[in-house]
Design a protein around this ligand. Structure first.
Ligand SMILES: [Zn+2]
Ligand SMILES: [Zn+2]
Length: 281
């Protein structure tokens, strides 16, 4: 495969809700959501949970702290934005990072406002957002929009079922498909049409499997799904490989190993995502 058609995914963070460092989470990871995609020469990031700090460190050490990328947010819950103020290349005014969010109405809240008045604002955080804004442009969009980026990358979007809204992504490049469906809660009596649309025939599906079916009744309405639902979606949408994602803070490596065994028994193409792994599509 030539470099111009290379499509890779790195998982810099797999945990949901809150970072969970410690000896019990070294295998599947303690950092929250952050994805890095390379589509030929283009770099696309999804979410800025605490995992993005490590990517920033790498870019600082290996690439002169200079970044040209699009960063798409699934939504702006804390576990998906918390790493942004610690993402080093944003402090280089020569970086060019386009930040996109599709879950906000742009009137009550917009992306720039959330970062500038809620996340990077005293007395919550000492460094003002003005220090990253030279490197950033903020682009709110209506979820459902289709992006065609230069270089042949097509990104389809659809709303997910999550409190305060979330946007799912289907990224198509070089004949391959990556679907990212986190954070999302399944419906009781039918599969979510939007999730099926995003996941249809995907090579890789990232799916919110924070809970097990046994745990789920205690967390109904919290906006997350189960590994058993991931299996159903994978079957229905003929997904080639599904990565269970948004690991619950209470699920240590031992519990995740158990889930891995149960899921594989049900459908061998379904397994938990592991922090730090790189997948070539
Ligand atoms: Zn989350
Ligand atoms: Zn959320």
């Amino acid at each position: 495969m030539s470099d111009s058609s290379k499509f890779s995914l790195k998982l810099w963070g797999t945990r949901g809700s809150i970072p969970c460092p410690g000896p019990g989470t070294v295998k599947y990871g303690g950092n929250t959501t952050a994805f890095e995609l390379k589509c030929g020469g283009r770099r696309i990031l999804v979410d800025a949970g605490t995992g993005i700090r490590l990517l920033g460190k790498k870019i600082m050490l290996e690439e002169g702290n200079l970044l040209d990328a699009d960063l798409f947010f699934t939504h702006t819950h804390m576990d998906h934005i918390q790493g942004l103020p610690f993402f080093a290349p944003l402090y280089n005014p020569s970086s060019d990072v386009r930040l996109h969010a599709g879950h906000l109405d742009g009137i009550t809240y917009d992306l720039q406002g959330i970062i500038g008045t809620m996340l990077m604002k005293d007395p919550v955080f000492p460094v003002p957002s003005s220090l990253i804004e030279k490197a950033c442009s903020f682009k709110d969009f209506e979820c459902g929009k289709i992006f065609e980026l230069p270089g042949g990358v097509v990104i389809k979007t659809a709303p997910l079922n999550h409190p305060n809204g979330a946007c799912g992504y289907r990224i198509e490049f070089a004949g391959k498909v990556l679907a990212i469906c986190t954070d999302t809660e399944h419906f009781e009596n039918h599969l979510d049409e939007n999730v099926l649309f995003l996941a249809d025939g995907a090579d890789i599906l990232i799916y919110d499997a924070a809970y097990t079916n046994e745990e789920y009744p205690n967390f109904k309405g919290w906006g997350h799904s189960t590994w058993q639902e991931a299996v159903k979606v994978s079957r229905e949408a003929s997904v080639k490989q599904t990565l269970l994602f948004h690991h619950d803070p209470s699920h240590d490596d031992k519990k995740m190993d158990e889930i891995a065994i149960l899921a594989a028994k049900e459908l061998s193409s379904v397994r938990p995502a592991i922090e730090g792994e790189v997948i070539e599509l």
